[in-house]
Write a protein that binds this ligand. Sequence first.
Ligand SMILES: [Zn+2]
Length: 82
Amino acid sequence: MPKCDFCGNSVEKGTGMMFVYISGKIVNFCSRKCEKNMFKLGRKPLEIRWTQAYRQEHKKDNKDGVKSSFKENTINTAGGKA
Ligand SMILES: [Zn+2]
């Protein structure tokens, strides 16, 4: 499956859009949101917070586990109530 050239997510079969430049360069988009952000609004993926490129650049992906601090908070509140 091709990847969206703006947000970096995989494009599901039968969805999204493929844009072909006159020069022959091919760009894939997963949604109208990504297409508008690139062409109409002229934004760059590295500046938009919800793209994979931004998350990799700013090291937002936590490999240890999802929201470890959130788990600690829930344990503390549960103990306080009981
Ligand atoms: Zn996308």
